[in-house]
Design a protein around this ligand. Sequence first.
Ligand code: ACO
Length: 329
Amino acid sequence: MTTAFPRYARILGTGSYLPPHRVTNAELAERLARDGIETSHEWIVERTGIHARHFAAPDVTASDLALPAAQAALEAAGVAAQDIDLIIVATSTPDMVFPSVACLLQNKLGIHGCAAFDVQAVCSGFVYALTVADSMIKSGAATKALVIGAEVFSRILDFKDRTTCVLFGDGAGAVVLGASETPGILASELHADGRHVDILCTPGTVSGGQVLGQPLLKMDGQAVFKLAVGVLEKVARAVLDKAGRTDADIDWLIPHQANIRIMQGTAKKLKMSTDKLIVTVDEHGNTSAASIPLALDVAVRGGKIQRGDTVMLEGVGGGFTWGAVLLDF
Ligand code: ACO
């Protein structure tokens, strides 16, 4: 492995995968109505921008979704699975307590021996994972990395709580990150504030062979909304400063796809036209750690994001965690 400097990390290819079962707001409303819970397409669209989400079949796991996403990214990058020397999966809905989704995926890819581990930073997970992989590539510890966000959030949704179950979906997005003499990833920032654990959590645990506590997602939506809007502008500005760039240099903004109102608010604060905002929340819902790489892949394959474009990725989620990565694609 060469460690010639300067050494940067660059996205060589992207991929994504959505489970085939698409659930519209109307179908979800019908399902909830069977339990006497009222919601509507109009309410969901007005408050969140979500029209549909995808739910995985009961026997499909995060590593099952990660595999086709990873394969698509490898193909787009023109990289063989055997050449990958690092796998990082961002997930909060792993297949099992352990081993990690990254190890399960490594085996499904038919490769063995490279470093593989999961990162758990909820909806900021992909930005965390990308930053870790960037550091490992820059240091020479890795040369070609698969960085993936994969989630089956439908497993932890409380379908008796209309304030949360309408928001989330399942899916996976992946990038192949490779060592390069030109950047690549320009700058990144990661943050967390554990004082806000209670506003977004799934407070269950496994003990003595049983699940203790409440293994379903709980959220104080308004508290999350307020925190998210504040930190997303701040962290974007910090990353731009670090990279010596300005708002005007951003060609595309890909915030975590949680809620169209938060995303549009962030674009406005960065003085960006909403034309530069990549939006997939309408069709994917909030897929937590998978949302940013899914949106990136959709924008790349749809011809919006081109080689050389400057892209800002921004994550925010439970923890409370947040972060941003600025990159030249
Ligand atoms: N259908 C119909 N009515 C509903 C639904 C629903 N699905 N959910 C809540 N309501 C009702 C409430 O009961 C309330 O009724 P009331 O006035 O009679 O009490 C009313 O709608 C307003 O409820 P609020 O919670 O005040 O609605 P709000 O405008 O805050 O929207 C939402 C809720 C969409 C969750 C919003 O707070 C939000 O977007 N928060 C950001 C959090 C987020 O996006 N989280 C995603 C995960 S976190 C992350 O990824 C960062």
